[in-house]
Structures are given as C-alpha cells and as structure tokens.
Design a protein around this ligand. Structure first.
Ligand code: SF4
Length: 344
C-alpha cells in the first residue's frame, strides 16, 4: 500500500499516475486529506464510486492517529501523542495564545543534542521525522479545531523535540507544504524555527529566500557556560553562532529572537546578565527569557520571580528588547524542554 498522507501535490500526482486520472484529482484528494479530515477514499464524494474503489486497492491515506491527549488545568495548552506507522510516537503541543492558536511541532523522535535542561534528549535520537509526519502534527490539530468550531492553526513553532536543522531537508519541505493553498496556506512569517545553533544550517536557511522567523537557543552568554549546558556548543562555538545569526538577520531583514534559559544560580546571575547585554548590544534581535521548567531527572531549579524580574529589568535598561516566556502546560509536561515522546 502506498500512503498518500504527507505527500505534496507532485507526490500525489505520481502516486495517481498509473490510474490515468485527470491532474485536478490530485488537488481534490489533497484538499480532502489536509482540509477536510478525510481518513479514507470512501468520504471523497466528488470522486466516482468506481474510482474510489480502484484507488483503495493499492493506495491509502495513512493518517497518524492520536494515541493520547492531555489538557492543562487552565485549558490553554493541550499535548497530543501521535502514533506513527512504525510504532514510534511523537508529541505536539497546541497553545491558545492571545494572538491565536499556536502549534509546536517535533521534527525528530527524540534528540541527540544533549542539552542539560531538556527531557527530549534523555533517551537520545530514534530517527528523523519525514516532512509528512511533521505536517501531520499541524493537520491533526487543525482538524480538531475545525470540528470543535474553535478556529484553525494560526502559527507554528518548530520547537518540539529534535533539532530541526539536523533534519534540514524534511523540515524545509514541511515549511513549504504548510504554505501550500491545499494544506493550511500559512504565511512563512507565521512559522518560527528554533535551533540550538547549527551554524551551517542557519547559513543555508538564510539563502532559501523565505521570510521565516528564526529563534536561536543561546541559553548562556559565554562559551564555557554554554558548553556546560549545551554540548553542541563544542562543535559550534558561540562566536560562530552569533555571526550566523547576524548574517540571517541581515539577509532576511527579519528580527531574530534569542532564547535564554534562566536556571537558578547557573545562568541568572549579575555576571551573566552583563555578558548577555554586551554580547547582543546593537543587534536586530530580541531576547526571550525562559525560566526553566522542571524536568525530574535534570535537577536544575527555577529562579525566584524576583530574580527573573531583575534579569529582565537589566536587559531592558541596556535597551535590549526582552520578554519573559509565559509558562504554558507545565502541569502536563508540555512546556519548553519537557517533551519526551512517551506515553502520557
Ligand atoms: S533543547 Fe532542543 S536541541 Fe536541545 S536537547 Fe532539547 S530538543 Fe534537542
């Protein structure tokens, strides 16, 4: 059986080629799969019964199924565990933000970047996700929102488990698929990709000619502290990451976001706030402070509200655009750094 779900128009056309059906049928099938929640050919009523029966013999839609779903106490965050064809499961998070419905997608099952504050890396990397498996995460949630009459997916953040730039081709194809009018027709500006600082990937992305929002996980203001909490920093030195980020901003004219995790007594001291302000001085960039979310195995503590506010105030005084990320979904392990693709 050939699975169609996750294919773009050209892939669907290629799969339909043996049946000699008109080209416009591919677009109809795509719309059924990605916009109308179809799980089989049976419901595609604008295809003749005879054609549906023929296609069903060797083609299948193959939608991933929702294995589990958790809803946070305040109802604003939902975490989905999606089962993939080979039995692997991935987590996706829906966040109801003031500006709309935002979905955080995973790009790898697990992760081998080894960030010291993150649950997604605890069991290493299982495999890269295909573009269709990443797309499925957004489509499944969009279907659910549509059926509940709760709008649609408005923005996507590529910040779930995995390092997206280590799965570059599939992630880029996913981004292009999201933009297609037969899927969600999402503008590139509504998609944010977050990287731990894969320098060659950042430079390649800058040349793609798409106004994607880029977010760089900095998390420490100097090389030695960064190496301590992000092992990938040994391969990509801080100076190279900053240079690649500046290059991205210059080429795309897009403001960058640096993510900076606040860990009590580790990254939130006076010395670090000064170093961070010096490092980012004069850049077209903003800083998103992320007070660490608890991960049982990691042992880092969240700073007090006073220490968080002090860090934020200092950056603002140094004229750096700064926000503190609102904690969402920590009670269902759906907040940043808590995804682990396990049964809920
Ligand atoms: S923070 Fe991102 S890059 Fe780092 S281990 Fe977690 S999923 Fe991987």
């Amino acid at each position: 059986m050939t699975q169609l779900f996750g294919l773009g128009l050209s892939g669907i056309r290629a799969a339909l080629a043996p049946y000699r059906v008109p080209a416009y049928r591919a677009r109809q099938i795509a719309a059924w799969m990605y916009q109308k929640g179809a799980g089989s050919f049976d419901v595609m009523t604008d295809l003749s019964k005879a054609l549906r029966a023929v296609l069903s013999q060797s083609l299948a839609i193959g939608r991933p199924h929702v294995k589990d779903r958790l809803i946070s106490a305040d109802g604003r965050t939902q975490k989905f565990l999606l089962g993939l064809a080979d039995g692997i499961a991935v987590e996706t998070v829906l966040m109801r933000q003031p500006y709309g419905n935002s979905v955080c997608v995973s790009t790898q099952a697990g992760c081998n970047m080894g960030c010291a504050f993150c649950a997604s890396t605890l069991k290493g990397l299982s495999r890269n996700l295909t573009s269709g498996e990443i797309l499925a995460q957004a489509i499944v949630i969009n279907d659910m929102l549509r059926e509940a009459d709760e709008g649609k997916v408005d923005t996507v953040v590529i910040m779930g488990s995995g390092e997206p730039l280590m799965n570059y081709d599939n992630v880029l194809e996913f981004i292009h698929l999201m933009h297609e009018e037969y899927t969600l027709g999402m503008s590139y500006r509504s998609i944010t990709l977050s990287t731990s600082g894969i320098v060659e990937g950042m430079r390649r992305l800058a040349e793609e000619g798409i106004p994607l929002s880029l977010s760089v996980s900095l998390h420490a203001p100097n090389q030695s502290l960064r190496e301590r909490i992000m092992p990938i920093a040994r391969r990509y030195p801080l100076a190279d990451v900053i240079a690649a980020a500046k290059h991205y901003a210059a080429v795309t004219k897009r403001r960058l976001t640096y993510e900076y995790i606040l860990i009590d007594g580790v990254t939130d001291g006076e010395e670090q706030m000064r170093e961070l302000a010096d490092l980012l001085h004069g850049q077209l960039a903003s800083v998103n402070l992320i007070p660490i979310n608890p991960v049982a195995q990691r042992g880092f503590l969240r700073p007090s509200p006073e220490r968080i506010a002090r860090f934020e105030r200092y950056l603002a005084r140094r004229r750096i655009a700064v926000t503190v990320r609102r904690e969402m979904g920590a009670d269902i392990q759906a907040a940043c750094g808590q995804l682990r693709n396990k049964h809920l």
